[in-house]
Structure formats: C-alpha cells, structure tokens
Design a binder for this molecule. Structure first.
Ligand SMILES: *Cc1c(COP(=O)(O)O)cnc(C)c1O
Length: 453
C-alpha cells in the first residue's frame, strides 16, 4: 500500500531551532530606535519583549539555538505533526507533480502559532513577568497565546482587530475560555486607539492598530511584556521546528522538494517551513529549490511594496524595521484571510527577497477559496483562509507541471484549519465574496507616510 502520512516519533522532534541569520550572506539590517535612528540593542528591545527573545532577535552568530526542555515537553502535546502526500489533490488536478503538505492544523488551537506562543510565555515566566499582551488578527495568535499564557500562569490581554472579531466570534470565545481578556481594536482603552477612532470613527482595525494598543499597555503596566505572533525574527526562529521536522519526513518519503510554498502574513509559517531547507542553498547541497510566498493581492507587500525602514504598527510605537512595506498606515481590504492583512514583511524575509533567494506571488481572494474547496473536497481538511493562499499557489504550480510535462516535488505548509472560519466559506459558497485590488496610486499614497531615515 502506498504511504500517505509520514510521522516522526516524539523522540525525533528537533531539539534545536535553526537561526538562519547566522548563515545569511547578507545579514538583515538592524532595527532602529525611531527617535535616535540608532540600531537597537538587546537592552532596548527588552523594554518591550522578554530578554531571551530580544537576544534571539538580534543573534547573527549562533546557527543552532537549544529548545528549552520544558518547551520541548509542551511541544509533545501536539507535535510531531504529519507530513502528508496529497494523492487525492494530485488526482483532482490530474497533475504529474508530487504534492506534499506539512499539516500544522492538527493541534487543538488549529494553527502553527502555538509553536512560538509556548517559548515566548516560557521565557516570560523564567524572567519573572506576570502579564503578557498582544494583538491578534483572525484570532489564531490570540488563541495560541492565551493557551500558552495559561500553561505558565501568566495573565493575557489580547487586542483583536475589530473586523475579524465580528467575522470570527468563536476565536474570542476560545481566548476567553483559556482565561484571557479580549478587546476589539481600535478601542477607547488606549491613547493610540482613541486617536485612531477620532481620526476615523469607522476604522475596522488592522494588525497595525492592535499592535499599537498592545504595546502601549505593555510599556505602561509593570511586570507586563508584549508578545508578537509573526514578523519578528525570533518568531520565525521558533517556527523552524516545522521545517526541521519536515526535512526528516521528506527523507522518510525518499524525496526532496523542488518547490516550497507557504502563505505569507508577516512570514512566520513561511520562514518556519522554508529556512531549514534554505540552509541547503547556502551549503550548496540543494541549490535549485524554489521558495514561493503566497500573499493576498489586496495586500501585496512582497510583490508591490518597497524596501524601506518602516514601523511595524499604525501608531509608530515599534522599532523601525527594514522591510518590504506598503506603508504602516496601509488599510488592507476586508478579506477573510485576516492573518494576511499586514503591511510589512519580516526583516529576514525582506533581505532574502532582495538577494533573490525567494519570491512572492499575489493571489485574488476568489482563487484562494476555489483552491480551498478543491483541497477540502479531495483531502478532507477545510483549510484556514490564509492557508488557501498556499494551496492556490500550489495548484498553479501543479497545473504548470502538467502543461510542461514535468513532475516536480511540491511541498506546502498547511498553516491551519478553517473550522472557526466557516462564515467566510459560507459567503464564498453563496457568491457574496469579491476580489479586491489596490491601485498603484493608493500604494504610493500610503508609502508617502513611511518615515525618513
Ligand atoms: C497567522 C496565520 C498566518 C499568517 O502569519 P505568518 O506569520 O505569515 O505565518 C497564516 N496562516 C494561519 C493559519 C495563521 O494563523
């Protein structure tokens, strides 16, 4: 019988994360202090984040970083995750391509986010922190953080983007089930939120507004640290557990991927699956692997953004980060892939794009849901609207393979399931969804707000 799933035993879960910064030929530029424009130190970052993550953020020397034993133990609650050969999807597409997906939707919270929530809360606990705050878009990060905070006895306060709170009411209930408090952003409970609402009373919120509010709360509350579920380098570092497992599982399958695909919000699930394989570009053992990041065409920072120092949030509280950006006050259309409505790409990814190691593709909303339905109806898993972008990009490659008569090995990351996102499928099936595009003029307008460095 042909093998469908490749599964590692618990003892084969990686014990170290891979720090790609140590091996990049051109290192990412440093984050800058917005007032002095000087590179930020670990000390500076540790005002906002826990110290260990601040260290990891700037670490360009250590290629491997040990996963603490207590974090590994928590990983075993839901890891390893299966690598799956998508035979049914291949048959549905009638493609000669071999398609594999890493299934990060199997944990009870439903996405890859928990891989970083656990270590972030663990380090906070070690350092005597009592409270954590964060933002969440679609709610997967908020759910993961609420659970991880509870594991370590921390109080969690989550600002959730207002529009997704309305679209996905169950996620805030999940967060509250784990004991977190949840507030819609922009809210009236912070200065940043009040300013945003005063300027635009109908603001639907974005990751940028919610980050501003969460940071404001963190810096004004003793014993409180801010946590972030994407974009930053330490988050992508924690996610490399995905790719390191996959590497062993592809070996079990006896193949090596020609193309590696993930959806792209801030870059954590993409980095998680891609970075461990990219090290074989650096060491010359697999030079031809193609890395593809799939973004919404309504929020096209990789394909149409500009490489600039910009803020990570709407109010300008974060360090200035060198990244492909659409401008920190970019207002993304109200698409259902809430986790991909973010204006910038992480600093590592931005440098890798600049250096030609990977590229982005942008995909219209209707194509992503069409892909989600094909996948659901063949493989039996309803993917998160975010993950549908990776599936749509995979389907494009599989169709190309058929036309070219080639059989590439395509690997994609299934970053999460869509079972809490069913209203978006309902809208799609009812024919109520549309595509959104942004004009060059709109992008230019938002890019004009990028600070001068
Ligand atoms: C948050 C999220 C994303 C986007 O975030 P990245 O940091 O780009 O990975 C993608 N898929 C799911 C399921 C998510 O929850």
């Amino acid at each position: 019988m042909r093998q469908k799933k490749f599964i590692l035993s618990e003892k084969d879960i990686p014990t170290q994360w891979y720090n790609i910064q140590a091996e990049m030929p051109n290192k990412p530029l440093p984050p800058l202090n917005p007032s002095t424009k000087q590179p930020m130190s670990v000390e500076d970052l540790a005002h906002i984040f826990n110290r260990e993550c601040s260290k990891q953020e700037l670490d360009q020397e250590n290629k491997w970083i040990d996963i603490p034993g207590e974090v590994l133990e928590k990983y075993t609650y839901y890891r390893s995750t299966p690598l799956v050969r998508a035979y049914a999807l291949e048959e549905a597409l009638d493609t000669p391509a071999h398609i594999y997906f890493k299934n990060e939707s199997t944990n009870p919270l439903g996405s890859h986010k928990v891989n970083s929530a656990i270590p972030q809360c663990y380090y906070c606990k070690q350092e005597g922190v009592t409270n954590v705050t964060t933002e969440t878009g679609a709610g997967q990060w908020g759910a993961a953080l609420s659970y991880a905070a509870k594991l370590y006895g921390l109080e969690a306060a989550v600002y959730q983007v207002k529009i997704t709170m309305q679209q996905k009411p169950y996620r805030s209930i999940i967060m509250r089930t784990f004991g977190a408090t949840v507030e819609g952003s922009p809210s009236m409970s912070t200065r940043a939120g009040k300013n945003i609402i005063t300027a635009d009373p109908h603001h639907l919120g974005s990751l940028g507004t919610a980050i501003s509010e969460a940071i404001e709360l963190a810096v004004n509350t003793p014993g409180c640290k801010y946590t972030l579920g994407s974009v930053l380098s330490h988050v992508a570092l924690h996610q490399t557990v995905i790719g390191l497992e996959t590497e062993k599982q592809m070996e079990m399958a006896g193949e090596y991927p020609d193309k590696i695909i993930a959806c792209f919000g801030g870059g954590s699930n993409f980095g998680g699956i891609a970075f461990p394989f990219m090290r074989h570009i650096f060491d010359g053992t697999h030079k031809d692997t193609e890395f593809i990041a799939a973004e919404p065409n309504s929020c096209p920072k990789l394909t149409r953004g500009k490489f600039e120092y910009d803020f990570g949030d709407e109010a300008g509280y974060t360090p200035l980060l060198p990244m492909f950006t659409l401008g920190h006050d970019f207002k993304p259309a109200n698409i259902h892939a809430g986790g991909l409505r973010y204006h910038g790409a992480g600093t590592i990814i931005s440098q890798l794009i600049k250096d030609g190691y990977m590229h982005g593709v942008d995909i219209p909303q209707l194509e992503t849901f069409a892909a989600g339905l094909i996948f659901a109806q063949s493989e039996g898993i309803i993917p998160a609207p975010e993950s549908c972008h990776a599936i749509a990009a995979t389907i494009r490659e599989a169709k190309k393979a058929k036309i070219e008569g080639k059989s590439p090995v395509i690997l994609f990351n299934l970053s999460g399931h869509g079972l809490i996102d069913m209203p978006s499928y309902n809208s799609y099936i009812n024919g109520d969804l549309t595509n959104y595009t942004v004009s060059d003029e709109q992008i230019e307008e938002f890019l004009a707000g990028v600070p001068k460095v």
